[in-house]
Ligand binder design. Sequence first.
Ligand code: APR
Length: 341
Amino acid sequence: MPLKIVRNDITKMKVDAIVNAANESLLGGGGVDGAIHRAAGDKLLAECRTLGGCKTGKAKITGGYHLPAKYVIHTVGPVYRDGTHGERTLLESCYRESLALAKKHRCESVAFPLISSGVYGYPKDQALKVAIDVIGDFLLENEMTVYIVIFDKAAYKIGEKLFTDIAEYIDDKYVDELTDDSYKRISINALTSMAPHKKQKKSDIDSFEICDCKAIFYEDDLDTKLRQIDESFSQMLLRKIDEKGMTDAECYKKANIDRKLFSKIRSDVNYKPSKQTALAFAISLELSLDETEDMLRKAGFALSHSNKFDIIIEYFISKGNYNIFEINEALFAFDQSLLGA
Ligand code: APR
């Protein structure tokens, strides 16, 4: 999974480089700056003294010393005033400059704190959005594993409106268990997945209690649909990539899936992905809810209203928001696992 959001103390991260939210002197301070200097030991400060400071929005690199990380990339975030003094541009530059330094030093993994979101007062939800936007763009063009490290989960904030919207949507849809038939929405897709050319036992049909099943209109006509019934998950994935006119790389990067895993799926017609992986591809391909259920079924899964993770994914698909990094921000806020692999 190229971009992960994790709860941790950044000084514990076993990555090639951790990023320090420093000040222009580079001579240490409180917050994550203090924690990194304490964990790295005196030699870090000694090296920092030789750097001649660092301008806001810029980044400089040192050794990691006693830290598990090989390098520390020191960057100086903007002090947040009211958002009209170029704060966002400077914060974006912190992430961009740090990623460029990590790439230059052939780092395969790098961990960021939420720069400027502590002492420097950048609103956490906006600070997170800047981080996700810049790192997400970088990962569309580069191979690297990037962590956003959240130290204090209580302070982790996604947009208030988004959070409330999703919480209401979950309340609306969530059922404790699938006791009441009216929640057993069996899409016609599921019915047609019992290929009619095979002799169906009466009991098969009975086992599908059709309740308030809405008429579901296919993008493909029924014949095309039936032909696709026997295709495997990876066959459907490759077909959809073609239909959408995407390249393989565009698809797996938008899915927050690493290249190695994608090659495995592409070369194994019977590959069985995890539910997170299958959904990540459905989001990357911007599938409708029915096509998503189709793709899930080929991997042996189904969306369920007794699972918050599924309901949050359904929320974003219903809103037409296929930004996997924004979806992961929300999943993390609701203590759910993230999309991608
Ligand atoms: N690991 C990960 N994240 C941490 C850790 C840690 N050990 N400690 C703090 N954080 C988080 C905070 O919760 C906050 O979300 O890092 C984020 C950035 O907070 P600060 O460290 O206060 O950094 P910033 O807001 O950029 O202010 C920088 O503070 O420490 C001084 O010398 C520093 O003057 C500079 C200013």
